[in-house]
Design a protein around this ligand. Sequence first.
Ligand code: TMP
Length: 221
Amino acid sequence: MTQGIFITLEGGEGTGKTTQQSLLADALRAKGVEVVTTREPGGSPGAEDIRRLLVEGEVGRWTPMSETLLLFAARNDHLARTILPALEKGEWVVCDRFSDSTIAYQGGGMELGAGVVRELSKLVVGETAPDLTLILDLPVETGLQRAQTRATEENAKEAGNHIQRYERMDQAFHERMRGCFLEIAAQEPGRCVIIDAAGEVETVHEAIMAAVLERLETRIP
Ligand code: TMP
């Protein structure tokens, strides 16, 4: 059976993951690859419902454990209904965030501990792991400023849009989270590549394409 390729994009707020996801997907499609783009939390109807519970509302609305369980409930549904069926068809899945975000945000930022998140991940995600994880890295302050500018611009277009729950968490939270992403990259160099996200969109895209082609070019049909 053909098995597709699973690529995840990770990083803090304002690192430009979503823009880069779409540029990467277009570039792969231009090479003849069947690509599915998806995101977490979300990516299936049930998981998108759970997403709203997580990104809206008061900063402290969940305990770190209840929040983590919601994320894994969403991830389980997303895997079963979107990611695994696509991989089984031989498609490439390019996913905006996955389990590393839970290690970094809930394990590190919310201080639940990376070990607890990894245990849950073994239970809920099992053997499925990304073939390649691109960690978009940016100083925390720059990322939060970019995220806030984006929220203000969206506000101007669409009444009621507001700065997301995680963007309102304090600087120390974001520093712990960034540190965790860098630690994951150091622990798993075979899977992870750090991408400097400070440059122009096109420069970051070129760095991403170089990493993808270096590691996966032989898998392009
Ligand atoms: P997004 O802004 O990248 O679309 O993601 C929504 C928010 O969800 C983002 O602020 C980070 C947060 N998040 C977690 O805290 N833990 C997770 O496991 C995931 C997937 C996302």
